[in-house]
Design a protein around this ligand. Structure first.
Ligand code: PRP
Ligand code: URA
Length: 209
């Protein structure tokens, strides 16, 4: 699929396996989510624009590349997407952070928005949307809809585990965005949870339930 990257890097695969383990506790789970986000971000940000700036080394003055343009915007989908933010901030500490609050209705599994605050001018920024789980794709599609309604154009979507159904839905709804997935899992179950997945990402990051 064009614009879709599925990672097969051994470090990412290893860390995802640790995440899946039900015995992995909150503290380790949080650290792993952050580390995986950083590893995925390193690849996802390889097309950031550069501009040559003048720098004086101890030897001479030279023109050397630095990241150009408006600062990156990281936009986590609340709650679970928050867990990935620090991993990307470790790569781009000057990034701005927006938030989109969505929760899935437990019966219909459709997303409901409860919060949206994006850094301006959003249309001039590269935007990285984070959510560890892409299940039915409903939350991802809504989040990208909101960002586009606010003027966002250059959008990258990062999720650690995706179901085939969710990946297809997001890609078909927004074929123009770049989608990065750590691992593509088998399917959804009757409760729209990813199989084998890792359970409820928000609960495991925040220690709720
Ligand atoms: C989870 C997850 C995604 C969404 C994925 O969030 O973090 O946002 O479900 O499912 P979908 O692809 O079927 O929309 P949830 O609604 O459980 O909220 P939470 O992060 O606050 O726990
Ligand atoms: N949200 C989660 O946190 N996990 C799933 O498997 C599906 C949606």
């Amino acid at each position: 699929m064009e614009n879709v990257t599925i990672f097969n890097h051994p470090l990412i695969q290893h860390k995802i396996s640790l995440l899946r383990d039900r015995r992995t506790g909150t503290n380790e789970f949080r650290s792993l989510i952050e580390e995986i986000a950083m590893l995925m971000g390193y690849e996802a940000l390889r097309d950031l624009p550069l501009e040559d700036v003048e720098v004086e080394t101890p030897i001479e003055t030279c023109m050397t590349p630095m990241i150009a343009g408006k600062k990156l915007a990281i936009v986590p989908i609340l709650r679970a997407g928050l867990g990935m933010v620090n991993g990307i901030l470790a790569l781009v500490p000057s990034a701005k952070v927006g938030h989109i609050g969505l929760y899935r209705d437990e019966v219909t599994h459709e997303p409901h928005e409860y919060y949206c605050k994006l850094p301006t001018p959003i249309e001039q920024r590269t935007i990285v949307v984070t959510d560890p789980m892409l299940a039915t794709g409903g939350s991802g599609v809504s989040a990208v809809d909101f960002i586009k309604q606010h003027g966002g154009r250059n959008i990258k979507f990062m999720s650690i585990i995706a179901a085939p159904e969710g990946l297809k839905r997001l890609h078909e709804a927004h074929p123009d965005i770049q989608i990065y997935v750590g691992h593509l899992d088998r399917c959804l179950n009757e409760n729209a949870y990813i199989c084998p997945g890792l359970g409820d990402a928000g609960d495991r990051i925040f220690g709720t339930k």
